[in-house]
Ligand binder design. Structure first.
Ligand SMILES: Cc1cc2nc3c(=O)[nH]c(=O)nc-3n(C[C@H](O)[C@H](O)[C@H](O)COP(=O)(O)O)c2cc1C
Length: 353
């Protein structure tokens, strides 16, 4: 590889990196690349997780988006597609003990938790011999992770796509969390879309990256194709920070691409929840037939009928780096090539003086 290469030239030549990475993350999950796909709501299908596992990386399913009585079947499909190489995410704003029990019964041993009181869940997972990732947004939480028994901290910068807990952007939050983590390895999330972001995160002390928006725009994700195209064509200026797509009691801000629901709410003078325009509009139905109303937190999925554009189009400023919908294998190969290029370029900046 020529250090004078542009990043684009590397992809055009289809050049692949031959530099494997070894970090606490790759060792714990037996990965070739320190890359994890964030849970993507209904977008995280068995096919998507299978593609992540085959690429030498790893993905997390989003259990909160599965009705409790479907969790066992869904996880069995994911188990088959990945040969057991996937994790499960629990959003702890509601009681998730039944979903956790089903996941443990299904053989899942890698979990990600966030929001709410994580301690009882961590105890159950550790007693079952599992591994726990905890998504945090402040150095104060990071400092508690070791005593709680957390294996990996996920530092979620405030630019992260979807709901976020980060108190500061990745560039400043990540090193402050690494400093506070008391040796617990830290994975970086928020605004990362390629290998340059991976190398930057490693330089800031992370052991890997956790990426959401980039993988929404992948061929295998089960997100709606219109949503994927919006991610691939949006600019950062199309993003808005809001709290309108809030599941009950979550009170957690989120980044979305501006859409018709946000515009309606803005035109109405930004009223509080309960007075938002069109709250009773049925925009679609869930696969089990239940109505899906405007402002629901569910992101548009592949077979969704009705007004998919009215649903939250979660995305981060990483859209500045995402211009197409590619396969997971191509995305991971691009991460490797750009990471290697970034390492070569930075090594050439050093002088012998
Ligand atoms: C469509 C979508 C759905 C998400 N759903 C969840 C979720 O259910 N649980 C969770 O812990 N994080 C969720 N996140 C946030 C991610 O875990 C992660 O923090 C974020 O995507 C990282 O920023 P990035 O989008 O810039 O890569 C979601 C993100 C997106 C884009």
């Amino acid at each position: 590889m020529d250090p004078g290469d542009t990043f684009g030239a590397l992809f055009e030549r289809g050049e692949k990196a031959d530099m494997p990475f070894e970090t606490a993350l790759t060792k714990a999950l037996d990965l070739r690349v320190p890359v994890v796909a964030a849970p993507l709501g209904r977008g995280t299908s068995a096919e998507f997780l299978g593609a992540m596992a085959s690429s030498g990386s790893f993905g997390f399913s989003a259990l909160a988006h599965m009705p409790e009585d479907t969790v066992s079947d869904e996880l069995a499909k994911m188990h088959r597609a990945t040969n057991g190489r996937f994790g499960a995410n629990l959003t702890l704003v509601v009681d998730q003990r039944k979903r956790l029990a089903s996941a443990l019964d299904a053989g899942v041993r890698v979990f990600s938790v966030w929001q709410g009181d994580i301690e009882p869940y961590v105890r159950i997972i550790k007693d079952a011999g599992g591994l726990v990732f905890w998504t945090v947004g402040s150095p104060e939480d990071a400092a508690r992770a070791k005593d709680i028994g957390v294996d990996f901290i996920v530092s979620q910068g405030r630019e992260a796509g979807g709901h976020f807990v980060g108190s500061a952007p990745t560039m400043s939050l990540l090193p402050s969390i690494v400093d506070a983590a008391r040796g617990v390895p830290v994975v970086a999330a928020g605004g990362i879309a390629d290998g340059r972001g991976l190398v930057a995160a490693l330089a800031l002390g992370a052991c890997g990256v956790w990426m959401g928006t980039r993988f929404v725009a992948s061929k295998e994700s089960a997100n709606h194709r219109g949503y994927k195209e919006r991610v691939a064509t949006a600019r950062a200026t199309d993003l808005v920070e809001t709290e309108i797509f809030d599941p009950v009691g979550q009170e957690c801000p989120h980044w979305v691409i501006r859409n018709s629901t946000f515009n309606k709410w803005e035109e109405a003078g930004r009223p509080p929840n309960g007075q938002r325009p069109g709250e009773g509009d049925r925009i679609s139905s869930f696969p089990n037939g239940k109505p899906l109303y405007r402002y629901n937190a569910a992101a548009a999925w592949d077979t969704m009928e009705g007004d998919w554009e009215a649903s939250p189009l979660y995305a981060s400023a990483a859209v500045e780096l995402i211009h197409d919908v590619k396969s997971v294998a191509e995305i991971v190969a691009e991460i490797e090539a750009t990471a290697e290029a970034a390492l070569v370029k930075t090594s050439h900046l050093r002088t012998s003086r």
